[in-house]
Design a protein around this ligand. Structure first.
Ligand code: GLC
Length: 735
């Protein structure tokens, strides 16, 4: 690769947020990079100008100095063979049978210590070899991509030094887990994996509170816990975007606890076979982040970490070419800062400043933050809003190829330092844009992606009682390589955007705008026959577009039936809720339950009384977890007991029946009635017929042949020709 390394000696002092590695580097080396970020002083330029300024500074350096070999970056040439055998990885232990209530622990595990703390010389050498091998495996490609983007050998060398530092600091326990997971392969694809997504404050007040509630988590059979954003954000909720405006990537929000509490929780979770997922908000920082504060004070070094624009023409071009994220609650792409008489790019809320990944200092520092968090014991890193991270004037600033370069680099950095970590991409885009984030089988990017179109299409099916669009969506997903693992969900903390396949729908006579209008009317409970309750989100008067907010239970009719005291309607609503979960569990991938759904929690309208939340209707489905309701789980006939025990049964079957394994072949089956969805799973000569009645009427379905089937829900085995299915019910028939 035609890249010229730059000796460090001639450069300015490093401006890094990460303290120097424990082993002191020679001064010349430490001085590596400012020119890079510093080129940085591209501040005030529009993005492409900033890019030029960056390369220009690097170019100047190159011209002024002689070629040398970069140290850390090339320290592990791909051909160099280790001399001693690396310790053999052990087979992954099966996560503890989560279904069984774990006895409450009386003693807590000691917080993990850095691996180096008690190492003998031989152990240290063995660890160094492991790192060298992993680096060697990825070095050339990583360096290639890095240089392609940044053309800066010093910054690359710094990145490699820091990777080693984070590896050295990684605890022995986490390294052991890495080894187990490397040996196990795609551990997150096992059919006993079940996730739950929750807000720490809503669920248990604090991180310590969550730790105290882990028995309940296990009672829910959950072994993957997504803790919603908990890093420091402005205390004023109207400037925190539910935690997605991070002001410090190394500090936990004080009211939730500390980093030590987090590491302790992670340790305890690992003892119980639970993995932890957290959000890594890469696209932007809060305006309260120290970089943003220094940028606001006019420091060029920090201004170059964001996008500052003075030229109205540039702003107009972005406005023309880039779709709005929050057209109603936060219109526009830039926010004017009077103190600088300039605008800063803010694609999300005005207090969320978009980071400038053209600046290698931003990339490096964010990677150090990622590794720091991984070392606290996080297992799954959810890369928030990833399609947005690279901006290019003249494009729609979504899914640009540089985004994929960055994600690929992140994947390799993770595999070098902490290979047990899973990257989960939040790509809320059309399917054709989503799948490329898996990368290729040889050069993978994300390990997992949200199955967002399937989720939206599922609710479309609920409203329309027509499974055709869902079938074509599911077949597209089922046809993908099995290595591609989707995270399946019914609801999450965000709104539902109606990102459906409108090409197909319009061919069937359903135009986009009126169809979205119908869906929103249906789910808001306005359309005739609707049992759903909820609210619109970001209704855009210009495009006629609007998204929707509400909990699964409210969307299924549990709220309306409860309010009206209509028992028959409640039966149907509960059946619908359970059927949708069964359908989610039928798919391959990782199912995630939204905390509260396991007890049918309905919309919470109290956010309207809180001035810091009132403007954001997503809070309707972000209510506090109602612990009082959990007391009903054991009381037969209650809503909570009916839903909770049905989900427990489904989870148990999914975990124990081999037909649900990730390797099964899955497809949909043609059926004459379009309100019936039929999914077939095949593995080891067995066949599961999973049939779902998406209609208000009872149906009699004909099995493909008269044969002996086991009804997995009732456990009865019999010769079956037809099955009577009540409205909104399902069957799991194993042949
Ligand atoms: C993601 C989050 C969403 C947040 C946005 C901005 O899409 O899911 O809640 O508003 O990122 O960070």
């Amino acid at each position: 690769m035609a890249e010229t390394p730059k000796p460090a000696a001639s450069q300015e002092t490093v401006v890094t947020d990460t303290p120097a590695a424990p082993k002191a580097k020679p001064a010349a080396k430490r001085a590596a990079t400012r020119a890079a970020s510093g080129s940085a002083s591209a501040a005030g330029k529009e993005p492409s100008a900033a890019k030029k300024a960056t390369s220009k500074a690097a170019g100047t350096k190159t011209a002024a100095t002689k070629k040398t070999t970069p140290r850390a970056g090339s320290a592990a040439p791909a051909t160099k063979k280790p001399t001693a055998a690396a310790p053999k990885a052990k087979a992954a232990p099966k996560p503890k049978a989560a279904a069984k209530k774990a006895a409450p622990k009386t003693t807590s595990p000691a917080p993990a210590k850095p691996a180096g703390a008690r190492m003998t010389k031989a152990q240290k050498e063995a660890a160094d070899k492991i790192f060298a091998e992993r680096l060697a495996r990825h070095h050339d490609e990583l360096r290639w991509l890095y240089m392609e983007l940044y053309d800066n050998g010093d910054m690359f060398a710094e990145l490699c030094d820091q990777m080693k530092r984070f590896f050295d600091e990684r605890s022995a326990k986490l390294k052991e887990l890495d080894a187990q997971r490397e040996a196990a392969g795609a551990w997150y694809r096992a059919s006993d994996m079940l996730g739950m997504q929750m807000y720490i404050d809503n669920f248990a007040g604090t991180i310590k509170g969550v730790e105290e509630k882990l028995d309940y988590v296990q009672q829910c059979n959950v072994n993957y816990l997504h803790l919603m954003p908990f890093l420091d954000t402005p205390a004023d909720k109207s400037r925190s975007d539910g935690g997605y405006a991070v002001s410090d990537f190394r500090r936990v929000k004080p009211e939730l606890g500390t980093m030590d509490d987090l590491a302790h929780l992670a340790d305890e979770c690992h003892e119980r076979g639970i993995s932890l997922c957290m959000d890594f908000v890469m696209n932007h920082t809060s305006e309260d982040h120290k970089w943003a504060r220094r940028a606001r004070a006019g420091e060029g070094e920090y201004m170059s970490r964001y996008f500052f624009v003075k030229d109205q023409g540039v702003i107009d071009r972005y406005t023309r070419d880039v779709p709005q994220v929050f057209p109603t609650t936060a219109p526009g792409h830039f926010t004017y800062l009077p103190e600088l008489d300039q605008c800063v790019m803010t694609q999300f809320y005005p207090y969320q400043w978009d980071l400038n990944y053209r600046n290698p200092r931003v990339f490096n520092e964010m990677m150090y933050n990622f590794l720091f968090l991984a070392n606290q014991g996080m297992d799954i890193i959810r890369i928030d809003a990833v399609p947005y991270i690279w901006k290019q004037l003249g494009t729609n600033c979504r899914n640009l190829k540089q985004v994929h370069t960055i994600v690929r680099m992140m994947r390799m950095i993770g595999e070098i330092v902490c290979p047990g970590i899973v990257l989960l991409g939040e790509v809320v885009m059309a399917p054709v844009e989503v799948v490329p984030y898996f990368g290729t089988v040889e050069k993978p990017e994300c390990h997992m992606l949200y199955n967002v179109t399937t989720m939206a299409t599922t609710w479309n099916t609920v409203a329309c009682r027509d499974t055709r669009l869902l079938r074509s969506q599911l077949d597209a997903v089922f046809g993908l390589p099995r290595e591609y693992t989707f995270l399946n969900y019914l609801r999450c903390h965000d709104d539902i955007g109606w990102g459906l396949d409108y090409g197909t729908l319009s061919a069937w006579g359903m135009a986009e705008v009126p169809h979205k209008q119908f869906l929103n009317d249906y789910f808001c409970g306005i359309a005739p026959g609707s049992v759903s309750r909820g609210e619109l989100y970001n209704a855009d008067p210009v495009t006629g577009d609007a998204r929707f907010c509400g909990t699964t239970a409210s969307m299924c009719g549990i709220e309306a039936a409860g309010f009206e005291g209509d028992e028959a309607a409640m039966d149907v609503a509960i059946r619908k809720d359970i059927m949708l979960h069964a359908y989610m569990f039928t798919q391959s991938g990782l199912p995630i339950i939204y905390s509260g759904d396991e007890i049918g929690q309905v919309n919470d309208y109290s956010y309207k009384e809180d001035p810091e939340k009132a403007a954001d209707s997503r809070y309707i489905h972000r209510g506090a977890f109602d612990w009082g309701l959990t007391e009903n789980i054991e009381k037969p006939g209650t809503i909570q007991q009916r839903i909770f025990s049905a989900l427990a049964q489904l989870e148990d079957i999914r975990r124990t029946e081999a037909i649900f394994g990730a390797e099964a072949e899955v497809c949909t089956k043609d059926y004459s009635d379009t309100s019936i969805l039929w999914i077939v799973r095949r593995a080891s000569g067995r066949e599961l017929h999973a049939v779902f009645n998406f209609s208000d009427d009872a149906k009699t379905v004909w099995m493909p042949e008269t044969a002996t089937y086991t009804d997995l829900m009732s456990g009865t085995t019999a010769e079956v020709t037809t099955v009577d299915m009540p409205s909104w019910s399902f069957i799991w028939m194993l042949k």
